[in-house]
Design a protein around this ligand. Structure first.
Ligand code: ADP
Ligand code: MG
Length: 260
């Protein structure tokens, strides 16, 4: 494998290069580029409809989203044409904005299958999965009976998001894309989720995170190494955490003028 080396991202884990994406014939992403190096948290901030979830779905390989130009690289390898399981196998993880309810499938069984796929093993013993679950539910401050429940069925907003973090912990990804993991959470749930992300980072210091968010709130608990502002399918500004502070003061309109 020969890692491709972008000019400003010599060792990026995740590299998005001039990505153009269409949905049902309409171009939503119009040339997005960014790179997440190992161990860094990059926040991607944008108003509703700016294309944040489109980017997240495209990164995971949802076939409803067509890449018309550009590339996605993981560990320097072009994964643009790979299927979702192939991308997951290369260490890419997506936490959903709206996790789906799957009645009849317990959290335990879901995780067992997902972990087996990630590790490339046919079958993982229930015991092995249970041991890891006991450790992680404890670290994430969750009741371990939680894992007997059906996936996301009747979960509160906070439980759904914590469950996404639990999945992230067990899947042992190299790059995680978290789509509005903070949305719909009250202050306490937000702190718990941010703490959960930090717990996973402690175990995996090389983990790169693309944290997609609408608000600055979660960044008070989780300091990003870089902030990117997405507007109308384009990144109109990239910088440090001061960008998020400016956004808080001036709103997205200030950046709209910048982009115009
Ligand atoms: P955000 O997550 O930033 O709120 P989205 O990526 O969800 O933005 O949406 C960006 C634009 O793409 C919106 O105009 C939305 O209607 C459109 N879009 C996204 N996904 C689909 C889809 N599956 N089918 C049709 N339009 C879509
Ligand atoms: Mg969204």
């Amino acid at each position: 494998m020969s890692p491709s080396r972008g000019p400003d991202s010599p060792t990026a884990l995740l590299e998005i290069d001039d990505l153009h994406v269409s949905v049902e014939g309409t171009e939503i992403l119009k040339g997005v580029s960014l790179a997440v190096p190992p161990g860094e948290v990059h926040a991607l901030m944008g108003p509703n409809g700016s294309g944040k979830s489109t980017l997240a779905s495209t990164l995971l390989g949802n076939p409803a989203y067509t890449v018309t130009k550009g590339r996605i690289l993981v560990h320097g390898e072009d994964v643009t044409a790979l299927s979702t399981p192939e991308r997951a196998g290369r260490g890419l993880f997506l936490g959903f904005q709206h996790p789906e309810e799957i009645p009849g499938v317990s959290v335990l069984n879901f995780l067992r299958q997902a972990m087996a796929a990630r590790k490339g093993i046919e079958d993982l013993s229930v015991l092995e999965v249970r041991m890891e679950l006991i450790e992680w539910t404890k670290r994430l401050g969750m009741d371990d009976r939680f894992t007997e429940r059906y996936l996301n069925e009747g979960f509160s907003g906070g439980e759904k998001k914590r469950n996404e973090i639990l999945q992230m912990a067990l899947m042992e990804p190299d790059v995680a894309v978290l789509d509005e993991t903070d949305s719909g959470l009250d202050i306490d749930a937000l702190r718990i989720v941010a703490h959960g992300i930090e717990e996973v980072r402690k175990d995996r210091p090389e983990l790169g995170i693309l944290l997609i968010t609408h608000y600055r709130r979660i960044l008070e608990h989780l300091t990003p190494d870089a902030v990117h502002i997405l507007l109308g399918g384009r990144i109109v500004a990239s910088g440090g955490v001061e960008l998020a502070e400016r956004l808080e003061r001036e709103g997205f309109d200030a950046f709209r003028e910048l982009a115009a």
